[in-house]
Design a protein around this ligand. Structure first.
Ligand code: HEC
Length: 366
């Protein structure tokens, strides 16, 4: 079968060049008249166990899935995203037991994106910046497919989107999964030229479940023939390539007291849970987020679910004998209007090169 391409598209592609290194996170989306798997151009996407959110559940494990392969095409009305990965243990969650977990995938998009919009927090969005999540899990005798709108872990609102499908097939010979997401897309979405997307996968038989999964950073679907807004691209591509000296950055993290709250690499001085563990922070975040986290921590305030693990035994227990949570482990304070402020102080006075060196080091933590 011969594939018809929109000729206009080819011209558009050539004129655009990205900042050093950014190309690595860009996935080209060809325009095709109908879905044709052979038109897919696959790109390798690394995923990492998310260390910043660990749950109470002791049976979970950080099982690392090395990489995914992602390809995407659009017909102008629909967007197709195909994801393939190896998994040597095909696992399906049985209906009536809770000690085995199924493999699964989720694909998320910012609810809104484009010129002037910042990227949502990679862990399923944040309050000011929601995401749409499509989820498929292997559950016995059930077609478990869902879509959610989310503003961060533990805040999922199930939606009733009908304009998508997500399939997940396992090839027993190749030991490989293929997931195909098909979703309706508006011409205005394609006009932005670049669509942020990120991926999470669960390896059920290796201890992944719920929040314990492998995630990617934000990747960017680049629609053929559309030149994205330059300002948006310069925001998204900040910090790619080499921007500083990582060894100096590491020293600066120590000197600036980051290690009083955060653990990472060989730094394990802080009480675990006091702040997110940064051991793999560079694997599942984009450089611009790392910079923003240092300069303006309250721009994105991460919900800490594991606060429930820390009790304050110096207080009186309630009538059921339970002690209140130890507020020291809460990652933010809330004012009477519900506005959250991070407990991390803003480091907005750092010299630009110091900041760049620190981000360069954080990027290397994977
Ligand atoms: C007083 C404790 C404290 C200090 C000191 C501190 N942080 Fe944080 N940091 C936090 C907390 C709590 C959060 C999570 C809440 C939030 O979203 O800001 C956080 C969040 C972060 C994040 C985002 C983590 C994620 O999983 O997305 C990064 C990156 C980070 N800090 C880096 C740093 C660096 C670099 C320094 C030193 C320049 C530093 N922090 C100093 C407490 C601290």
């Amino acid at each position: 079968m011969k594939l018809k391409l929109f000729t206009l598209g080819l011209v558009g592609c050539v004129s655009l060049s990205f900042a050093d290194g950014f190309e690595e996170d860009v996935i080209n989306v060809k325009k095709t008249q109908k879905f044709n798997p052979s038109a897919l151009e696959f790109k390798k996407v690394k995923v990492y166990p998310q260390t910043s959110v660990s749950l109470n559940d002791k049976n979970t494990k950080d099982a690392q899935i090395p990489e995914l392969e992602v390809g995407s095409v659009t017909t102008g009305k629909e967007l197709y995203v195909v994801v393939k990965w190896k998994d040597y243990t095909h696992s399906v969650q049985p209906l009536f037991t809770t000690n085995r977990y199924g493999d699964g995938i989720s694909i998320q998009f910012p609810l809104s994106y484009g010129k002037g919009k910042t990227l949502p927090y990679i862990g399923m969005g944040n309050e000011k910046n929601l995401v749409v999540v499509y989820l498929k899990k292997n559950v016995e005798n059930r077609d478990y497919v869902k879509s959610f709108i989310s503003e961060g872990f533990g805040s999922l609102t199930e939606t009733s989107y009908k304009d998508f499908s997500l399939s997940l097939d396992y090839d027993k010979e190749k030991k490989e999964y293929t997931a195909v997401l098909k979703k309706a897309i508006k011409p205005t979405d394609l006009k932005t030229g670049i669509i942020p997307v990120s991926f999470a996968v669960w390896d059920g038989d290796n201890g992944n479940r719920d929040g314990v999964k492998n995630i990617s950073n934000w990747k960017f679907l680049k629609v053929e023939g559309v030149n994205p807004d330059k300002g948006y691209i310069s925001y998204l591509s900040w910090g790619y390539g080499k921007i500083g000296n990582p060894e100096r950055g590491r020293e600066l993290l120590i000197q600036n007291g980051c290690i009083g709250c955060h653990n990472f690499a060989d730094q394990k001085n802080a009480p675990e849970g006091l702040a997110p563990n940064l051991s793999r922070i560079g694997g599942y975040n984009n450089p611009v987020y790392l910079k923003e986290s240092i300069v303006n921590p309250s721009a994105v305030v991460i919900r800490n679910l594991n606060i429930n693990r820390h009790y304050d035994k110096s207080q009186a227990p309630d009538k059921n004998g339970a002690y209140p949570n130890n507020e020291m482990y809460s990652w933010y304070t809330k004012d009477n209007k519900g506005k959250k402020t991070s407990k991390m102080p803003p480091y907005n006075y750092l010299a630009e090169q110091d900041l760049n060196d620190m981000v360069e080091y954080l990027k290397s933590l994977r």
